[in-house]
Design a protein around this ligand. Structure first.
Ligand code: HEC
Length: 239
C-alpha cells in the first residue's frame, strides 16, 4: 500500500514538473500598512501615471486615507500642476496611445479587483528580454503584452529559460541578466507596495470598513459588560 502511495506521489510530482510554465507569486497585501500604501502611491504616480489613469480616486482621498496632509501629497506624490481635487489622471492622450502602443493603456482603478493582487505582483515582476517584441520585452504572465517594462531600471533585465514539453517550448523560469538599481529584495518590496496601493484604489472603503469593524467590536464588548452587570443585578433578588 505504501509503495503504491509513493508511486502515486511520484507520478503526481513528475506531472507537476512536466506541466512547466511560470506560477503566480504571492503578494503580501496589508491595507493597514500606511507606509507601504504611501510608497505604493508614489511609485504609481512615478512609473504608471505616464500612461495609465486611476480615475476613480482623487488626490484628496489618497491624502485622507493614507494619513498624509494635502500639501505633502501635492508636493511629493502628485505630478506638477495637479490639484488636490483632481482624479489620478494620466497626461497621455488617446491619439498618442493608439499610435505608440496600438491600444490604450486601461484605467487601473479596478485592475486589482479584475486581475487579483497575485496576478499583478507576478505580472510586474514578469518582464523578460525578447528582441522579437516591439519594446524588446515580453511577459511571463501576459504573453505578447503591448506594454514596455516601466520598472526595468529598478529591476535590471531578466532572461527567459525555456524547457521542451513534448512538442512545445514552454517558459520555465526567469533569471537575472543584469542588475538594476534596487536589490532583488528591495525590488520585491517596491512591487508589493505598488500592488498594495492598487488593491486599496480598487476599494478605498476597505480602510473605512476596517475602522468601522473596530468600533463595532468595541461596542459589542461594552454592551457585553453592561449585559453582564444587568444580569447580575436581576438575579441577585432571585437567589
Ligand atoms: C509607456 C506606457 C506604460 C506605462 C509607463 C505603464 N503601462 Fe501598463 N500598459 C500599457 C499598455 C499600452 C497596456 C496594454 C497592453 C496590452 O493590452 O497589450 C498596459 C497594460 C497594463 C496592464 C494589463 C491590463 C489588463 O488586464 O489587460 C496592467 C496591469 C498594467 N498595464 C499595469 C501597469 C502598472 C502597475 C504600471 C506602473 C508600474 C504601468 N502599467 C506602466 C502601457 C504602460
Amino acid at each position: 500500500m505504501k509503495k503504491l502511495l509513493s508511486l502515486f506521489l511520484l507520478v503526481l510530482s513528475v506531472n507537476v514538473f512536466a506541466s512547466g510554465g511560470v506560477q503566480l507569486q504571492d503578494a503580501d497585501i496589508d491595507l493597514t500598512d500606511k507606509v507601504s500604501l504611501q510608497r505604493g502611491a508614489k511609485s504609481f504616480v512615478t512609473y504608471c501615471l505616464g500612461c495609465h489613469s486611476a480615475k476613480q480616486i482623487r488626490y484628496l482621498r489618497v491624502a485622507n486615507d493614507l494619513g498624509l496632509d494635502e500639501k505633502h501629497v501635492l508636493d511629493d506624490i502628485a505630478p506638477e500642476g495637479a490639484g488636490i481635487y483632481d482624479q489620478l489622471h494620466s497626461a497621455m492622450n488617446k491619439h498618442d496611445a493608439e499610435k505608440w502602443f496600438g491600444t490604450q493603456p486601461p484605467d487601473l482603478s479596478l485592475i486589482a479587483r479584475s486581475r487579483g493582487a497575485d496576478w499583478l505582483y507576478s505580472y510586474l515582476k514578469g518582464f523578460y528580454v525578447d528582441k522579437a517584441r516591439p519594446f524588446g520585452v515580453n511577459n511571463a504572465i501576459f504573453e505578447d503584452v503591448g506594454m514596455p517594462n516601466p520598472l526595468w531600471q529598478l529591476q535590471g533585465e531578466q532572461k527567459p529559460v525555456f524547457v521542451n514539453d513534448g512538442e512545445r517550448r514552454v517558459l520555465d523560469k526567469l533569471v537575472s541578466a543584469s542588475a538594476g538599481t534596487q536589490s532583488p529584495e528591495e525590488f520585491d518590496k517596491t512591487v508589493n507596495d505598488l500592488v498594495n496601493f492598487l488593491v486599496y484604489v480598487g476599494e478605498p472603503v476597505q480602510l473605512e470598513r476596517q475602522k468601522m469593524g473596530k468600533y463595532v467590536l468595541f461596542f459589542l464588548f461594552v454592551f457585553l459588560a453592561i449585559a453582564y452587570l444587568l444580569k447580575k443585578e436581576y438575579w441577585k433578588d432571585v437567589h
